[in-house]
Design a protein around this ligand. Structure first.
Ligand code: ADP
Ligand code: MG
Length: 247
């Protein structure tokens, strides 16, 4: 039996907006174990980002309970939330969120600067993380000297560098072409096979097919929770390569 990493019980989140209340989440319960690869789907406005903000310890619920690795998030102060986030979670965004004037290595070192890790060790760990995402030879490139797929790899290296329990990705392939998306999904599957828990928001079934579980939201509620046999991104990439050679 795998260890529970995330446990959400009757999670609710209300926003007050111009004098009335928006019920963004209306009682969501779900457990995610260590080592899962989950796609979070649903139409715009269904509560996906609100759910991810809670899972990512960026926000606290209005009601219900949320624990990450056994810690009750609703009870934590802002500083404690930030510390938990820095230690446990690596974030990956649609638009990469890299510092434009810093090279790949400095971008990957950033979460360790906040973590107070000595310079030499930061350097070494950042290099290792860049190697892990296939960019060992690009560490002195700035974002504008890298392709979109390479920039997303730098962002993934940055997400990995504090050795988190969880990678949280919000539309990680939203800004990428389909081949590059496939490469990023192959990397996520490789990290997941090595034990990393991945939770990823996507509205594209083509991307969700690589996850092993799908959570679907509608009107602030969880309407579907299913396991699936994931497609193999690496095999699909190899098939693409052979097609191009034959053409
Ligand atoms: P999704 O990511 O699935 O598109 P969201 O979680 O962003 O959905 O939003 C869910 C609902 O909550 C929507 O009706 C949205 O308008 C509302 N909402 C989200 N954030 C806020 C906020 N900060 N203030 C007021 N309403 C919000
Ligand atoms: Mg959203």
């Amino acid at each position: 039996m795998a260890t529970t990493l995330i446990s959400a019980r009757d999670l609710a989140k209300d926003y007050s907006l111009g004098g009335h209340v928006v019920h963004a989440l209306r009682g969501v319960s779900a457990e995610i174990a260590e080592g899962e690869f989950v796609a979070v789907m649903g139409p715009s406005g269904s509560g996906k980002s609100t759910f991810m903000n809670l899972v990512g310890c960026l926000d606290r619920p209005s009601a219900g309970s949320y624990t990450l690795a056994g810690e009750e998030v609703a009870r934590l102060t802002g500083d404690q939330l930030a510390a938990l986030r820095n230690r446990r979670i690596g974030f990956v965004f649609q638009s990469f969120h890299l510092l434009p004037r810093a090279d790949a290595l400095s971008n990957v070192e950033l979460p360790m600067v906040y973590g107070g890790i000595p310079r030499a060790q930061r350097h070494q760990r950042a290099l290792k993380a860049l190697e892990r995402v296939g960019l060992g030879d690009r560490h002195h490139h700035r974002p504008n000297q890298l392709s979109g797929g390479q920039q997303q790899r730098v962002a993934i290296a940055r997400a990995l560098v504090n050795d988190p329990s969880l990678i949280l990705a919000d539309e990680p392939t939203g800004a990428l072409d389909s081949r590059t998306s496939l490469e990023i999904m192959a990397l996520f599957q490789e990290l997941n096979a090595a034990g990393m828990t991945v939770v990823m928001v996507t509205h594209e079934p083509d991307v969700a097919q690589f996850a092993r579980r799908v959570l679907r939201f509608r009107d602030g509620k969880l309407t579907e929770d299913r396991q699936q046999n994931p497609a193999d991104a690496k095999a699909m990439l190899q098939a693409l390569g052979q097609e191009q050679e034959a053409a």
